[in-house]
Design a protein around this ligand. Structure first.
Ligand code: EPZ
Length: 430
C-alpha cells in the first residue's frame, strides 16, 4: 500500500519550481532515436511515464546515459530491433511515438497497442491514417501495431479530429519521407511545437507547428542536438489550482505564462489575482471564489488535463458552475470520490453540474487516473481533517516529487506505505 496522507486546511504559500513537460518529453525521447548520433535532452522530468519509455527504448538496443536526474543522452546507433513488446510499455500511451520514430527511421516498426490512463476510448485511427497516407502498410495483429513501408513519400493529410498524438507521430514519420507533407487540422499544443523545434534542431525541416497546418519537407538524415524540454503547462496549472482551492498565495516559477493563459483567465474570472512575469505566475486567492463555466478544448482552449483540478476548485466556489468535457468521455471518475468529501456535483452526459459548497471534509479516496488523482490531492489539502489518497502510482506517472513540492508550500502531506506510518503521520500533524 502506498498512499498520500494529508491533513488539510492550510493555505499553500511560497514558491514552487515547475519541471519539464511530461507530454513533450515523451515525444522528444522517441524522436531522439531517429539519428545515429548522440542527442542530449535536458530538463527531463523524472516521472514514471518517461522512465518507462526510456526502458522500452533500451529494450531495442538504444543507449541511454543518464547524465543526471534531469539530463539524458540518447544514442540510436545501437538499436538492433524494431519490435517493442515488453509488458511494461503497455502501461503508457506514448509507446505509440516509437511507431512514428521507428517507421520514419527504419521504415518498419512493431509496437504493442498503447495503454495509458483510462479516461475514455482512445482510438489511434488518425495515426494509422497518417502512416498509410505516407505509404506504409499498417495492420493490427496479436495486440501489436505493425507498420512497414518500402519507402515513405510525403503526402497531404487532413486529420478528422485534432489529435496531439497523431500530429506528433505523423510529423516524426514524415520528417525523413521523400518530398513534402502537409498536415492539416493539426494539434497546436505547446508540446507539439516543442517536438517540432527539437526535430528541427536535429536537421528536420518542419514549418507551421503551433498553427493548424504543418508543412514538412523530408530530409535524408537527422543529426545530434542538445535540447531542453519546455516547462510543464499542466504541472504549473495544477499548482495554480492548488493555490486557488486552498486560498493561498503561490509563485509558480519556471513556466511559460503564455501557455497558461486559458487557466489564468478562468482563475481571474472566479476571483483570483494573477501576476505574470517573464517566467513565473503568482496566484493569490484572498477573496471568496465564485462560479464559472468551462469547456475543455484543444489548445489554446482550456486543457482537458486541467479539467479535474479546476472542477475541484469550482466545487468550493459559490454558485453553480458547469464543466463540459469535450475531449475524453470518461474523465469524471473523480466525482464519486469528491462526493465523499462533501462536494455537490451531478454528472449529466459530458457535463458536470457543480453546486459550490463552503468546505470539504477529509475522507479515504482513490486516484482514478493521473490528473484526477492530482485534483483529489488538492481537495485533500483544502479539506478539513485527514484525507488519504490511494493508487498514487497514477499521480507518479506525471508529477515529480509532488508531495515534496507541496510540503515546501506548507502542505501537510506525506507518502505512507503502512498503517503504522499513517498513524505516525496523524500523531505528528495532530
Ligand atoms: C495527449 O493524449 C496527452 N498524452 C494527454 O495527456 C492529453 O489529455 C491529450 O493529448 C489531449 O490534450 C500524451 O501526450 C502522452 P489526442 P493523446 O490524440 O495524444 C481522439 C495526461 O494526463 N482521437 O489529442 O492520446 C481521442 O479519442 C494525458 O497527461 C481519435 O479519435 O490525445 C480524443 O477524443 C492524458 N483518433 C481526441 O482525439 C485518434 O487516432 C484527442 O486525443 C487519436 C485521437
Amino acid at each position: 500500500m502506498e498512499q498520500y496522507a494529508i491533513k488539510g486546511g492550510n493555505p499553500l504559500v511560497g514558491e514552487v519550481e515547475i519541471g519539464g513537460a511530461k507530454n513533450a518529453a515523451l515525444g522528444l525521447l522517441a524522436a531522439a532515436i531517429m539519428t545515429d548520433e548522440t542527442v542530449t535532452i535536458d530538463n527531463m522530468p523524472d516521472v514514471r511515464d518517461t522512465n518507462v519509455l526510456l526502458q522500452a527504448m533500451e529494450s531495442i538496443g538504444t543507449t541511454v546515459n543518464r547524465v543526471d536526474r534531469h539530463k539524458v543522452e540518447i544514442t540510436g546507433a545501437t538499436i538492433n530491433d524494431v519490435v517493442i513488446e515488453d509488458d511494461f510499455i503497455k502501461k503508457i500511451r506514448a509507446s505509440y511515438y516509437l511507431l512514428g520514430a521507428l517507421l520514419g527511421k527504419y521504415k518498419k516498426a512493431q509496437v504493442v497497442l498503447p495503454g495509458g490512463c483510462n479516461i475514455g476510448s482512445r482510438p489511434i485511427d488518425q495515426h494509422i491514417k497518417g502512416f498509410k497516407a505516407l505509404g506504409a502498410d499498417v495492420k493490427i495483429a496479436h495486440g501489436m501495431i505493425v507498420a512497414e513501408a518500402e519507402k515513405l513519400v510525403g503526402s497531404h493529410i487532413y486529420l478528422d479530429v485534432v489529435s496531439v498524438g497523431a500530429t506528433i507521430n505523423i510529423m516524426m514519420a514524415a520528417v525523413m519521407a521523400e518530398g513534402r507533407t502537409i498536415l492539416e487540422n493539426a494539434a497546436k499544443e505547446p508540446h507539439v511545437v516543442d517536438v517540432a523545434n527539437f526535430l528541427n534542431s536535429m536537421g528536420a525541416d518542419i514549418k507551421g507547428a503551433g498553427t493548424d497546418v504543418i508543412r514538412i519537407k523530408g530530409v535524408q538524415k537527422l543529426h545530434k542536438s542538445e535540447y531542453a524540454v519546455i516547462p510543464d503547462q499542466i504541472e504549473a496549472g495544477t499548482f495554480m489550482m492548488a493555490a486557488a482551492a486552498t486560498k493561498g498565495d503561490v509563485l509558480i516559477k519556471n513556466v511559460i505564462p503564455k501557455h497558461l493563459e486559458s487557466i489564468s483567465a478562468k482563475l481571474i474570472e472566479i476571483g483570483c489575482e494573477i501576476e505574470e512575469s517573464d517566467d513565473a505566475v503568482r496566484v493569490v486567492a484572498s477573496r471568496p471564489l465564485s462560479h464559472t463555466h468551462i469547456k475543455t478544448l484543444p489548445y489554446p482552449g482550456f486543457p482537458t488535463d486541467m479539467q479535474p483540478q479546476i472542477a475541484v476548485t469550482l466545487a468550493l466556489s459559490s454558485g453553480t458552475s458547469i464543466v463540459t468535457e469535450s475531449i475524453f468521455e470518461n474523465r469524471f471518475k473523480y466525482v464519486d470520490e469528491l462526493t465523499k468529501m462533501g462536494a455537490n456535483i451531478k454528472v449529466e452526459g459530458n457535463s458536470a453540474i457543480i453546486d459550490g459548497v463552503s468546505k470539504y471534509t477529509g475522507a479515504n479516496i482513490s486516484a482514478p487516473d493521473l490528473r484526477a488523482g492530482a485534483a483529489l490531492v488538492i481537495a485533500g489539502l483544502a479539506a478539513d481533517g485527514f484525507t488519504t489518497v490511494d493508487d498514487i502510482v497514477y499521480i507518479e506517472r506525471g508529477y515529480e516529487d509532488f508531495d515534496a513540492k507541496l510540503r515546501k508550500l506548507g502542505a501537510q502531506i506525506e507518502k505512507v506505505t503502512s498503517d503504522k506510518e499513517l498513524q505516525k503521520f496523524k500523531l505528528k500533524v495532530g
